[in-house]
Design a protein around this ligand. Structure first.
Ligand code: GLC
Length: 655
């Protein structure tokens, strides 16, 4: 069907060759689709080109990207076009209080050998939990082991053979969509496996592909960069550069020596990745987790993290996705200090233009810090320093994930509350690895860095909360407290607002896997201790032993999910503010929603705690009309009009 006005309507500064190609691609589509594309292209072209201003010829790179978008748009299924419309009508879909996330490894969630199809077979467990978002850990074709749990991708257009193929992936997204579950996949964009086609071509001497990486003939440049670069894996991959005989050069490898960092200052890399995104979008992937995004741009004299160009690139990638597949949301995985973190959700010129979601690493760390110290002072201060995020974005809240916990406690925050940051981080490491007197946890030390004193920690939520040690000791009181910690941690992440993500197994209190190092390819990396296969026997037994930790944790989390869904106050469009209460063991979280204020109270200790009604009143919740939505009742008051919280009790109060 001809579209006479199309060429006129496309943005004028698209290079003519690309404009021509786009016109041809769209010419085959029904008129309403053509109109849609042109409207979106006009809407996002300025955003795209301004993002690409880091390159010498932004319009050329933009034109190429727009052509890719047109091709993907033309190929997109009707089903997914309908999803685009749905999401455009409901742009806050990922911010809603009904959103519940779950994260798992395909092969550790599905029954052994059943792969992606096996995940669909197990969709009932997700539905039962109220899950609306599923993050399946890296499943695109990686290099052979070791591959950093799949974060060394050899082919972005193929699925890990033991899990299925591309059609299985498309089928799974369809099944999940039919169950109102959005699939999130990792987009590893900082690096590729050294077996990826681009790396192979570079090694074979193709100059254009050599430019896809940061390669240096001798140590001069690498040494200059190293002077200010930290080490991500000091234990098993020290240094940030690796010599490669075939390349005859040092290649930048921030993570493992087999993960080659991409050179994002090359616009060809931008176009390749834009195309990868479009391809995943057309398979029905709805959320892309932008892995290790902080590392994408390098600058001498800095730690080469959080550089402004990262946000330019994200803005441009997002503009491409908005044009072809607006159902897709971006989630930044930037495990960086609080001051840098908020930029990933858009500040200044990038406001509303970069990622839709970002991990709230700070909240996660503070949860564990509060539980260990039985004191919320530092958390309340540190969380209050984090600026409000744009109203169109949301935090991903979590108690822990597949990675270790790095103690991201800011020295300035610590000093502000009379703590020494270095010592507090040291305390948390010792505490959570069971080396501190009175510790309840049995985590493992991950990547001890003697140069900085850093000791990160591996462990499941239940193990870090003390469920394992208490059960071993057979002490009911201790076990109650441990279960209480798992639940209060989840109550806080559910009650913050945003998208809470449950790590697979935490919903039934799974402990560290004692056999994590049985497979030789995992033996060096104890993060596998907290990535156990889901214990389906335990899931099936839920309900049989109401007093067991598994049942209590599952019931507790299910109740929170249900209550959360009924509370519009928890929509992510209003910010959450952490505030100290009158009790140093109780954190307050205030959300000033147009419907009225909501106050969350979280007792992070094993002692009873009291918060005066005047305090709640001052936050905007009228004490004589208040309800605790978690318990579904009016909170008990003492004769002094104090609200009484049981050990580790959480309350969600509104009037
Ligand atoms: C992210 C992943 C982590 C991986 C790293 C390198 O931080 O969460 O597991 O090791 O990126 O891709």
């Amino acid at each position: 069907m001809a579209a006479p006005n199309l060429s006129m309507n496309l943005p004028a500064d698209i290079p003519s060759a690309q404009a021509e190609a786009i016109r041809e691609l769209l010419g085959a589509l029904p008129e309403h689709r053509q109109t849609t594309f042109v409207l979106r292209a006009r809407r996002w072209w300025p955003t795209l080109v301004s993002g690409l201003s880091i390159y010498p010829d932004p319009a050329a790179a933009g034109g190429r990207a727009l052509e890719l978008a047109a091709r993907a748009f033309a190929e997109r299924s009707d089903d997914l076009h309908a999803l685009d419309e749905r999401r455009l009508l409901e742009p806050d879909w990922f911010q809603q209080q009904t959103m519940i996330g779950y994260a798992a490894y395909t092969e550790r969630y599905a029954e052994p050998g059943t792969g992606l199809a096996g995940v669909a077979d197990k969709v009932d467990h997700l539905r039962g939990l109220g899950v609306t978002y599923l993050h399946l850990m890296p499943l695109l074709k990686p290099r052979p082991a070791p591959n950093d749990g799949g974060y060394a991708v050899a082919d972005y257009r193929a699925v890990r053979e033991d899990l299925g193929d591309i059609q299985d992936l498309a089928n799974l997204t369809g099944t999940l969509r039919a169950n109102d579950i959005s699939l999130c996949l990792d987009l590893v964009l900082n690096h590729v496996a050294k077996e990826h086609e681009w790396a192979l071509k570079a090694k074979a001497g193709d100059a254009a592909y050599r430019e896809y990486f940061h390669v240096y003939a001798d140590r001069q440049e690498p040494d200059a960069y190293e002077a200010t670069l930290p080490e991500v894996f000091p234990d098993f991959a020290p240094g940030n550069f690796t010599w490669d005989d075939e390349l005859e050069g040092w290649v930048w490898t921030t993570f493992n020596d087999y993960q080659w960092d991409l050179n994002w200052s090359n616009p060809a890399v931008f176009c390749e990745m834009a195309d990868v995104i479009l391809n995943l979008a057309n398979l029905g992937v709805e959320v892309l987790r932008l892995d290790a995004i902080a590392f994408m741009w390098k600058r001498k004299g800095t730690n080469s993290q959080n550089q402004p160009e990262v946000h330019q690139i994200t803005q441009a990638l997002r503009a491409v996705a908005r044009i072809a597949a607006p159902a897709v949301a971006f989630k930044a995985e930037a495990i960086v200090g609080p001051g840098d973190l908020v930029h990933y959700l858009g500040r200044g010129q990038h406001y509303g233009k970069v990622s839709d979601l970002a991990y709230h690493n700070s909240l996660m760390v503070q949860i564990w810090s509060m539980l260990a110290s039985r004191d919320v002072t530092l958390a309340a201060h540190a969380l209050a320093q984090i600026p409000d995020i744009p109203g169109s974005t949301a935090w991903v809240t979590y108690a822990r994930c597949h990675d270790d916990i790095g103690w991201a406690i800011d020295d300035g925050d610590a000093a502000a509350v009379q703590l020494n940051g270095f010592e507090h981080r040291g305390f948390l490491s010792e505490f959570y690895t069971g080396n501190f007197d009175g510790s309840f946890a049995d985590g493992l030390v991950f990547q001890h860095n003697p140069a900085t004193g850093d000791k990160r920690v591996s462990g499941t939520a239940a193990s870090l909360s003390g469920v394992g040690l208490a059960a071993e000791a057979g002490e009911d009181g201790r076990l109650n407290d441990a279960v209480g910690r798992v639940l209060v941690a989840h109550a806080l992440m559910f009650g913050w607002g945003g998208l809470p993500v449950i790590w697979s197994g935490d919903e039934i209190g799974s402990l560290n896997d004692p056999n994590w190092d049985n497979l030789p390819e995992f033996a060096e990396d104890n993060r596998w201790a907290h990535r156990p296969a889901l214990d389906w026997a335990a899931v099936r037994a839920l309900g049989d032993h109401p007093e067991s930790p598994a049942d209590r944790i599952y019931q507790g989390i299910s109740a929170m999910v249900e209550k959360r869904g009924e509370l519009p106050h928890l929509h992510a469009d209003v910010p959450a503010h952490a505030v100290p209460t009158t009790d140093r063991g109780v954190l307050g979280v205030v959300r000033r929603h147009p419907l009225g204020a909501m106050v969350g109270l979280y007792n992070m200790t094993e002692h009873e705690a009291y918060v005066p009604t005047w305090w709640v009143d001052a936050q905007g919740v009228e004490p004589h009309a208040m309800t605790d939505h978690l318990a579904g009742n009016v909170p008990e008051l003492t004769e002094f009009e104090d609200i009484k919280l049981a050990p580790y009790q959480a309350m969600w109060l509104t009037a």
